[in-house]
Design a protein around this ligand. Sequence first.
Ligand code: FNR
Length: 350
Amino acid sequence: MMPFSVREFEALARDRLPRYAYDFIAGGADDEVTVRANEQAFARLRLLPRVLRGQPGRDLGTTLFGAGITMPVLLSPTAFHRLADPAGEQATARAAAKAGTVLIASMASTVPIGDIATAGGADLVLWFQLYIQPDQAVTDALVKRAEDAGCRALVVTVDSPVLGWRQRDHHNEFHDLPAGLYCENMRGLAGDSGVRSIAMVPELSWEHIDRLRQTTELPIVLKGLMHPADAVTAVEHGVSGLLVSNHGGRQLDTAVAAIDAVADVAAAVDIPVLMDGGVRRGTDVVKALALGAHAVGIGRPVLWGLAARGEEGVLDVLELLRGELDRALALTGCASVRQVTSDLVREVRC
Ligand code: FNR
């Protein structure tokens, strides 16, 4: 069966993946209230279209930190792509390059960042997601690896001072990677490059961001920030962008849906605000843009595409979303992503 939506890709992936891998990807923290809320919140937002503003075509392109991308849909960082397909992050990188959008490679990738960059080639806009490590020398070495690979931004995940309680993984006893898979970016830096070689830092603070700011020239994007007061502080600390996110509901359960945090954060700062969590349709992208996001990220949909059909599946997911976004723009009377305004969205009670 040819899938015609992200949801149908998920069904295909579920059939193909071993149970522990499907659960690792689909699951979240505690009761998974926030996993569900991320998607449900988009359903509560409805579009109020404009008519008779016809244009022969739509312009989906935008720019981020000087790089042009063909649509405001990024690949959010997700760990362990080789759980979904043997070619792992290399397949994902090729698909992102073909689609002409940003791949944010996870620090917990199962292919080293340099090989991800090589697979994507010169066309790929590659960013590196970083968990700041307790040992500064390890953090510095990771930043160096990202810089050497040609990454154009660092996405520092700040919503994980400790790991969320992921019950599905406990039930499946999924605590280590299968034989032969490693957190390749940790090679030679910490432990055996297994899952536990990446540490969470409970004392993570703005001082860590200040220090990182002094270590690299790359733009720093904070990922996992939800509160507008933190957004203001981030700007004071020289941060270049924000990715509003609750980690796909995998960290703090009952956190508000990511889309519900976007408008206040976007109103508080002048730097690019991105969001991820629950984006499954082109109409979701329009809603996020209307609420002030510059672009959105997708996490699980990329892995559903990868598990279902490898590189081609990831590209199919991205192209489905591109087609949906294009249609949604046409149907709301927008000729470009810049024309999406806040009056196009209404919140309804469900
Ligand atoms: C993630 N996410 C994540 N975030 C991060 O900063 N570093 C990481 O290594 C990972 N790994 C990861 C693995 C898996 C399997 C998932 C599903 C998610 C979170 C990710 O970047 C993003 O915030 C969410 O996935 C967005 O929500 P959706 O699109 O999955 O609903």
